[in-house]
Structure formats: structure tokens, C-alpha cells
Ligand binder design. Structure first.
Ligand code: SAH
Length: 344
């Protein structure tokens, strides 16, 4: 029988587990504080639990934190972590320091099945979903390796995979991250990015999680979007934006629209104007991402003046737009550059 990963359980479920093993519920709360407060990974070392309970627990459960197999620092201060999961599968997380923040970018699937034409991860296909415990395990692994005094302040679901295609694990991990008895992150500091799965966005809207939503839009009409994002054939732009209009956006927050700039594909002034029209009535901000190249992609990053011109036009129409100069380009850790081979 495979052992239960304690990181897959909410604090309340740890209490249930304690009770089912014949000890009072508060033992579950003690386990939670070992896991999340102290970052403990060894059940035997949870010294305020009765010895025989520790033995029973260790028999049935483990604390499976992904192992950092490789750590590649970038010249810009970001770091790519290659993490090995229990079955040998590999995923990547990226740590990105910025002024007063430290953002961790987590993966939700090994590979990805959506095959966006400009994304390297998309060429891997989907290997498997990542569990909730493996999502929060990325946070624990990254946190354990920080310099003294370092603290992860923000989390973005923008690594490998599509969070809303791994819905249950994504939502459970969000509950773990925001539960005051687990990680206790403010939901405002967490952003879930999606390729645009309308059904998933609608479900997420009802979870009362209050996390931020980011949409990988990348095109301003269905013809272009169909071509570069096959998912668009299932959910057209109009339907996607309708779901965004209905999404509960927290006070003073906005939905982020990511827009990768691809030369000659979606970077014209006409595209920029269409984008303005599309986002009317949505509390939006736009993140322009100059394409990060990879070998054989067939796409190119537009020239600097094109990028700035695109942004300028949005700003002139009162739309918030920033250019995200990706972190970690030199180490293959930038947006859409994550790819790992599975162990043979
Ligand atoms: N599947 C989710 C999470 C991935 S987030 C989503 O699609 O939103 C990664 C972001 O980087 C997405 O917006 C993705 O479209 C973008 N991206 C992918 N490949 C890229 C590339 N080569 N250059 C720049 N951005 C890219």
C-alpha cells in the first residue's frame, strides 16, 4: 500500500487523520505546525507527538517534498530549480527576486497538453498531473533552500502545465497556501494563470479563494488565436472574456492578461487597438511578454520599437500595460522555456 503524503492534506484533514488513528484532533494541528511552521519532513522528529503515534503515522504516511536536483542561477538574480518527484518525474520551479518581493513560479503538470505553438513546454505533451502535495512541496523545497532571512512573498501558477486542467489539485494547493494553519499566504499574493479554460474559470469563480487570475490571451481575434493556441477552438475569445467579466475580482485588484509578442503574428498597431476594444469593461491589466526564443520555434521577438509602440498605444487608451522582460532567459527559465526530460 502506498503511503499517504501528509502534504496532500488540509489542516482539518490532518485532524481527521489523527482522530482516525485514535489520538485527539489537536495532534493534527501539531503535525500541521511541524510541516508548515518548521518545514519538518521527518515524522520521527516531530518530538511533541507521542512516540507510539509517531510510529503508527510513519507506517502509513510520509512527507514527500520534491528533491532539488539542480539549481541554476541566472545573471538577473532568478534561479531555476529542477525538482525530482517521487516517481522520478521532473518539474521546474523558478525563484524570481524583485525589489521587495520574492516570487516563486510553480508547475502544476509534468509537461502540458495544450500545445500552444510558441511554448516549449507544449512540445513535451502531458506526462501527468502534479498532486496538491507536490505543488505545495515546491514551495517547501524552495523555501528550505533560501538564504537566512529570505522569504517567498508571492506565488504564481505559471510554470509547466495548465493549472485548471489539473483542477482539484490546483484548488487544494490554493487552500493549503492560503490556510492560516498551513502556509497562511494572503490570496492577493497568489496568481493562477490559465490558457483560458472557460469551464475551469467558472468553477474557480465559485471557490471563494480570492486569488488573482491571469489569462494567457495572446491574440485579438479568433483566427490568430486558433492558429497559435489550439485551446481557442474549444473556447472562443468572446466566451473567454465573458467568463472574465463574471469572475469575482478582489477589491483594487485586476485580471491580468498575458500577451506574448510575436513578430508579424500579433504585434501590429491594429492588434493593439483590437485589444483595447476587447478589454472594455473588464478590470484588466496587460502584461506584454516579448517572445522568449527557443530553437526551432519558428517565431521571433519583435524589434524593441514595435514592443514599445504596442505598449504606448494601450497606455494612450488608459489601459494598464507593462512589458515583462522575462527573468531567467539565459538559463532557460523564462516564460514558456521550461522543459525537462523524464528519467529513463
Ligand atoms: N498554462 C498556463 C500557465 C503557464 S504560464 C497558461 O497558459 O497561462 C506561462 C506563460 O508564458 C503563459 O502566458 C504562456 O503563454 C507564456 N509563454 C509560453 N511560451 C512563451 C514564450 N516562448 N515566450 C514568452 N511567453 C511564453
Amino acid at each position: 500500500m502506498s503511503r499517504q503524503n501528509l502534504l496532500d492534506l488540509l489542516p482539518s484533514e490532518l485532524e481527521d487523520l489523527a482522530e482516525s488513528l485514535g489520538v485527539p484532533r489537536y495532534r493534527g494541528r501539531q503535525i500541521a505546525s511541524w510541516l508548515y511552521g518548521k518545514g519538518a519532513t521527518d515524522i520521527e522528529a516531530m518530538s511533541d507527538l507521542p512516540r507510539d503515534f509517531r510510529a503508527i503515522l510513519a507506517d502509513r504516511a510520509t512527507v514527500a517534498v520534491p528533491e532539488i536536483e539542480r539549481r541554476t542561477p541566472s545573471q538577473d538574480g532568478s534561479q531555476k530549480l529542477v525538482l525530482r518527484l517521487e516517481d522520478g518525474a521532473r518539474i521546474q520551479s523558478v525563484l524570481m527576486p524583485d525589489a521587495d518581493r520574492l516570487t516563486l513560479c510553480v508547475s502544476t503538470q509534468v509537461g502540458c497538453g495544450f500545445a500552444c505553438a510558441f511554448c516549449l513546454t507544449g512540445t513535451m505533451g502531458l506526462e501527468r498531473n502534479v498532486t496538491a502535495g507536490e505543488i505545495v512541496g515546491q514551495v517547501l523545497a524552495a523555501r528550505a533552500g533560501l538564504e537566512p532571512g529570505g522569504r517567498i512573498t508571492h506565488i504564481v501558477y505559471m510554470g509547466m502545465g495548465e493549472p485548471l486542467a489539473n483542477y482539484a489539485a490546483t484548488v487544494k494547493s490554493l487552500r493549503l497556501l492560503t490556510d492560516p494553519k498551513a502556509f497562511g499566504f494572503s490570496p492577493r499574493r497568489i496568481t493562477v494563470s490559465t490558457v483560458g479554460l472557460v469551464s475551469g474559470i467558472e468553477r474557480l469563480a465559485k471557490e471563494n479563494l480570492k486569488v488573482n487570475l491571469a489569462i494567457s490571451l495572446h491574440a485579438t481575434n479568433n483566427e490568430i488565436r486558433d492558429r497559435i493556441m489550439p485551446v481557442n477552438k474549444g473556447f472562443a475569445i468572446e466566451e473567454l472574456l465573458e467568463a472574465c467579466r463574471r469572475f469575482p475580482v478582489a477589491f483594487r485588484q485586476r485580471i491580468t492578461f498575458e500577451y506574448v509578442l510575436l513578430e508579424g503574428v500579433n504585434d501590429s498597431p491594429e492588434d493593439s487597438r483590437r485589444l483595447v476594444r476587447l478589454l472594455k469593461g473588464i478590470r484588466a491589466k496587460i502584461n506584454l511578454i516579448p517572445f522568449n526564443d527557443w530553437e526551432g520555434s519558428g517565431f521571433q521577438r519583435p524589434a524593441l520599437h514595435r514592443i514599445m509602440g504596442f505598449q504606448e498605444l494601450l497606455l494612450e487608451h488608459g489601459i494598464r500595460a507593462t512589458v515583462r522582460w522575462s527573468k531567467g532567459e539565459d538559463i532557460g527559465a523564462a516564460c514558456g522555456q521550461l522543459k525537462e526530460t523524464v528519467e529513463v
